[in-house]
Design a protein around this ligand. Structure first.
Ligand SMILES: [Zn+2]
Length: 93
């Protein structure tokens, strides 16, 4: 899957990354857009290679986890990632 990853402070690229394998609780979302907001400005200024910014996703629900209720494939969804979404992700590009 494609992901925006940081190369250095203030410099990003679009890279192929490993597909996320969801556990039984979340839903799989085909992400269409993501917001990068002012709260990530410091992270952008001081980014380390491999960091992934953007914590305000919007997309289409594709598949529910085993324990997920209230969503159906095709639903338009939005959310807010927690800080854990800012962990470094390995790039395969
Ligand atoms: Zn935000």
């Amino acid at each position: 899957m494609k992901h925006i990853v940081m190369e250095d402070p203030q410099k990003s690229k679009i890279a192929e990354t490993a597909m996320v394998v969801p556990n039984d609780n979340p839903i799989l979302i085909q992400q269409k857009y993501v917001g990068v907001c002012m709260s990530e400005h410091y992270d952008w200024l001081t980014a380390r290679p491999g960091m992934a910014l953007g914590h305000e996703p919007m997309g289409i629900a594709e598949k529910n986890g085993k324990n997920t209720e209230g969503f159906a494939p095709g639903d338009r969804v939005s959310g807010l990632w927690t800080y854990s979404s800012l962990i470094e992700r390995p790039s395969t590009a």
